[in-house]
Design a binder for this molecule. Structure first.
Ligand SMILES: Nc1ncnc2c1ncn2[C@@H]1O[C@H](COP(=O)(O)OP(=O)(O)OP(=O)(O)O)[C@@H](O)[C@H]1O
Length: 527
């Protein structure tokens, strides 16, 4: 090799080496632009340049490196323009992206105000565009103006080496940016978890403070025994029982006596969530997966991982979601709405319902396969009318709880009032008893409850039965209908408002209205 050639090669190598080192040591985009400008001008006699960073789908470019010393760059208009992505759908950019070598273009090809201002092409200038690659991956596009394209063509080795050095820098910066974005996303995700955890912990705290299980009747002792047998395992439990019998209370007891007790039990009320939101509530969603999904949201399944998921009112779950629930239970993994990957979850399921699932299956409203998956360890909670022995204890418990809350000094209940309570049918079970005691405390004029405002009977067809035998002949719906009618009579047909039917029954007026509709109760039924 001729000495001159060897010297040229040596000098080129050392220039590239120091260029590469300089680039890698500089962190500031403005300073990097300055280094690129100096080198490109010295080596290739390039006058102006701009480098665009390409979006992942190659649809737009972001102005990344350019000559910050150009006077135009200090204007507000330029700053605003420089922020906007440059669309890459013109022939000019297509040609550059397709070509493996630098391409020369007519001077009016730029089609971008910001680039036109940066390069400020003179008539004698040559406009050149090229891709900036790292290996086979296109990282950016460089457009430049020089006086003679031949310099670039002649020194292609220099030019290519120069471009790949910039490719390394761009890729590094991009990777750093991606990492930062991921860290930001993770931090947001962590914060969301914290918020949800705090909210749930508070919710549970409230419930814990008030949710001692009271009762020593033999039927309840049978339930305690079942709870103690199953709690320690991870088996699915299905709690069955009429409304207000304490299904949620027992679900918490199972969780609190399980090895998962240090984590918060997560509850989903399958009846309370609109059908179109319940999937996202259970399985979560990715950002943008549907209108209104502005953030990624964790589902209750994910939140319950390592803990217990309490599926309340599972009998009300829409059929299409029952399929998804079954899949999640069988495969122990879920997919967020709009997500592309499956997420493994370790969740213990406790489900509850006041519906007769056999009937629901026969009517085609509940999937048989899901029923068998849930009915592994069923626990039947007896209604209050079958454990009247517990009424006195429960009454004492609620008197203590509510007299404190109401700021009254109620110490007990009179024998007549207690006898009335023991004879009543309790279709709303313990919840109804609880509300009744709260109401009686508010109405009491001295420190003893002497009168209980039990629903008044006005219609023979809804007469309150004397003994258990009569209840045994009725269905839950019949009982519910009868009780609602009694309460409506008592409130002179008024549904909404404090002290009226919905309030006494402990349900929102809308729920009472729909129950009335389902049970065929018209307002005219009441007097
Ligand atoms: N054995 C009990 N001792 C004390 N309080 C009880 C008992 N059982 C139920 N309660 C109270 O009665 C109310 C209703 O209980 P819970 O919500 O657990 O019933 P549920 O069967 O889940 O009702 P629903 O079917 O309407 O969801 C709660 O305030 C609960 O604390």
């Amino acid at each position: 090799m001729a000495l001159q050639q060897v010297n040229k090669l040596l000098s080129f190598k050392s220039t590239m080496l120091s260029f590469g080192i300089e680039l890698r040591m500089t962190k500031d985009k403005r300073a990097l632009s300055r280094i690129i400008k100096k080198q490109i001008a010295e080596l290739l006699e390039v006058k102006g340049f701009a480098i665009l960073l390409i979006s992942a789908d190659q649809a737009t470019g972001e102005l990344f490196f350019y000559d910050h010393e150009q006077p135009v760059t200090v204007t507000a208009a330029f700053a605003e323009m420089a922020e906007r992505p440059v669309p890459l759908n013109s022939d000019f950019y297509n040609e550059i992206l397709k070509s493996s070598a630098p391409v020369r273009f007519p001077n009016d090809s730029l089609n971008s105000n910001v680039l036109e201002q940066l390069l400020s092409l003179a008539a004698e200038d040559v406009l050149v565009g090229t891709t900036i690659k790292l290996g086979d991956k296109i990282a950016g596009i460089m457009v430049m103006n020089c006086s003679d394209m031949r310099i670039i063509s002649r020194d292609r080795q220099i030019f290519d080496s120069f471009c790949s050095q910039i490719g390394i820098v761009i890729t590094n910066i991009q990777a750093h940016k991606d990492l930062e974005a991921q860290l930001k996303e993770t931090e947001k995700y962590r914060q969301q978890l914290e918020v949800e955890k705090k909210y749930l912990a508070e919710e549970i705290n409230i419930l814990h403070n008030t949710s001692e299980i009271i009762g020593e009747s033999s039927s309840l002792k049978g339930v305690y025994h079942l709870v103690s047998q199953v709690a320690k395992s991870s088996s699915t439990v299905l709690i069955l029982g009429e409304t207000g019998t304490g299904k949620e209370l027992f679900a918490r007891a199972i969780h609190n006596n399980s090895p998962r007790k240090d984590k918060v039990m997560i509850k989903v009320n399958c009846a309370a969530i609109p059908a179109n939101l319940i999937e996202s509530e259970l399985f979560g969603h990715e950002k943008g997966s549907f209108t209104g999904a502005t953030e990624r949201r964790l589902g209750k399944f994910e939140l319950a991982s390592g803990s217990t998921l309490f599926l309340d009112e599972v009998g009300e779950m829409p059929l299409d979601l029952q399929v998804k629930l079954l899949r999640a239970l069988q495969e122990k993994e879920i997919e967020r709405v709009g997500g592309r990957t499956t997420i493994g979850v370790d969740v213990r399921i406790v489900a509850a319902t006041n519906r007769n699932l056999e009937e629901e299956m026969a009517a085609g409203r509940f999937r048989r396969d899901l029923y068998y998956r849930l009915n592994i360890f069923p626990i039947d909670l007896p209604p209050l009318r079958q454990r009247r022995d517990d009424i006195e204890m429960l009454v004492k418990h609620f008197i203590e709880k509510y007299s404190k809350r109401c700021g009254k000094q109620i110490t007990g209940i009179g024998p007549k009032a207690l006898e009335d309570l023991k004879r009543y049918g309790w279709p709303g079970n313990i919840r109804e008893l609880e509300h009744m005691i709260e109401r009686s405390i508010l109405l009491a004029s001295d420190n003893t409850i002497r009168h209980i405002p039990l629903p008044v009977v006005k219609d023979d067809s809804v007469n309150i039965p004397d003994e258990e035998a009569q209840f045994a002949l009725k269905t839950i719906d019949e009982n519910e209908r009868e009780h609602i009618l009694n309460v409506l009579n008592y409130c002179a047909g008024r549904i909404a408002g404090k002290g009226n039917a919905a309030d006494i029954l402990g349900v929102p007026p809308t729920t009472l209205n729909s129950k009335m509709k389902r049970l065929g109760i018209r307002r005219g039924h009441t007097s």
